[in-house]
Design a protein around this ligand. Structure first.
Ligand code: GRF
Length: 202
């Protein structure tokens, strides 16, 4: 069984989609074992509590520099014997020490069709504001592997979502979550969990 940690910062709807999918038997090769939030107020922590999943808040501001923050995160993952990491709306920067500890084992969900509306400064509602400002007719979500380049790792899954007349950033965000993010992330989690399980047994 591939042991999964989910890193969060906000409401945790993507985390909830993962929890619900696991319960529904849609992630047979993975088990969500740990949730780490970048701030103690993240409602995602309440979702983890309700699901009986180990959870903690590890805040960037409690650490002198990026490397010691990365080290604290990696330590928590090792304590829980984690095999793969899912970033679900995690807003803190992850440095090379973190990323190199889990090569090709970190997934991220981004709320646009990369390479559009991604990279530094594109997160949360800002992504949808940019899509509406550009006047695209189609947007969507992308799941990709994480490397040192923000939103730069290999793309695993994408799903298109229609932009409708009168969309506000909030309405569009919700549609992209419902029609793309909450479908893609559990699917990608199972794909990577199965691949890592096979590698373990090889
Ligand atoms: C959403 O905007 C999602 O597109 C992005 O970060 C936010 C996370 O939302 N990945 P939630 O915390 O999963 O509800």
């Amino acid at each position: 069984m591939t042991r999964i940690a989910v890193l969060v910062s906000g409401g945790g709807t993507n985390l909830q989609a993962l929890i619900d999918s696991e319960r529904a038997g849609k992630i047979p090769h993975g088990s969500i074992e740990l949730v780490i939030a970048s701030n103690e107020k993240a409602y995602a922590l309440t979702r983890a509590e309700n699901a009986g999943i180990a959870h903690a808040a590890i805040r960037r501001k409690d650490y002198a520099d990026q490397d010691s923050y990365d080290a604290a995160l990696v330590e928590a993952l090792h304590v829980h014997d984690i095999d793969m990491v899912i970033l679900a709306g995690f807003l803190s920067i992850l440095g090379p020490r973190f990323i190199q500890s889990y090569p090709d084992r970190i997934l991220n969900i981004h709320p646009s069709l990369i390479p559009s509306f991604c990279g530094k400064g594109f997160y949360g509602l800002k992504v949808h504001e940019a899509a509406l400002a550009k006047g695209v007719k189609v947007t969507g979500a992308t799941v990709h592997l994480v490397n040192e380049i923000p939103d730069g790792g290999r793309i695993l899954l994408q799903k298109a979502v229609e932009v409708q007349d009168g969309d506000t950033p909030e309405i569009l965000q919700r549609r992209v979550m419902e029609q793309a993010e909450w479908i893609l992330l559990p699917k990608a989690a199972e794909m990577l969990a199965e691949k890592l399980e096979e590698e373990k047994q090889a």
